[in-house]
Design a protein around this ligand. Structure first.
Ligand code: 5GP
Ligand code: ZN
Length: 113
């Protein structure tokens, strides 16, 4: 299996890594859609949110906690920021290894495009 985010997590592909622990890695998005745009990615390969299994709940919670901590460090937390996981083509998912987008530093629109 050739998965871009598995390769980044195992350092076989480069990325601007901003956090790493046993469960996840966070790195800057290569095509930022906001002044701050990073991804929090589990090291475990899970293709989409629909493939989550019993026992993955804590992992997903961990991704959100790491994302919030980094948002605070990057000083976007008080103003507000958006966290989103796209699922399948119509939502715009392009990498089939789940990842939490964290976007901030500008006003976010609602409804999203
Ligand atoms: P999706 O479209 O699946 O929700 O999000 C995939 C994200 O990964 C996109 O925002 C895209 O810019 C980002 N991305 C794609 N390839 C790379 C890469 O090689 N390195 C990094 N850092 N981000 C990438
Ligand atoms: Zn993967």
């Amino acid at each position: 299996m050739d998965c871009l985010f598995c390769r980044i997590a195992s350092k076989k592909a480069a990325a601007k890594i901003i956090h790493e622990d046993d469960e996840c890695i966070a790195f800057e998005d290569i095509a930022p859609q906001a002044p701050v745009h990073f991804l929090v990615v589990p090291k475990k390969h899970i293709a989409t949110t629909l493939e989550l299994k019993d026992g993955d709940e804590a992992l997903i919670g961990h991704l959100y906690r790491v994302a919030g901590r980094i948002a605070q460090e990057k000083d976007i937390a008080v103003r507000g920021f958006r966290m989103v996981m796209n699922t399948n083509p119509e939502a715009g998912q392009s990498v089939y290894h789940i990842h939490l987008h964290v976007l901030g530093g500008r006003r976010m629109h609602w409804p999203p495009g």
